[in-house]
Design a protein around this ligand. Structure first.
Ligand code: SF4
Ligand code: SF4
Length: 70
């Protein structure tokens, strides 16, 4: 499953554009959309969002894939 690390997010919206399952939670109430996190009920764990998320904060990405705990 993807883990969202908010401190590394530059709000580029690549994850929202590329996610095939509309699992990216975006707040559209303000002037600009804000990435809020992952809607895990919609997410199939494909990893596309983590692949597309740029490592923009000192080489660190805001989305990384982690093993889901059972
Ligand atoms: S892992 Fe795949 S389905 Fe889940 S949020 Fe990322 S792109 Fe969407
Ligand atoms: S792709 Fe990464 S940096 Fe861009 S909005 Fe999504 S989580 Fe934030």
């Amino acid at each position: 499953m993807p883990e969202f690390i908010e401190a590394n997010c530059i709000q580029c919206m690549f994850c929202w554009i590329y996610c095939p399952d509309s699992a990216i939670d975006i707040d559209t109430s303000g002037d600009k959309p804000i990435m809020k996190g992952i809607i895990l009920d919609h997410c199939k764990g494909c990893g596309i969002c983590a692949h597309e998320c740029p490592p923009a904060k000192k080489g660190k990405s805001a989305l990384v894939m982690v093993r889901e705990e059972k």
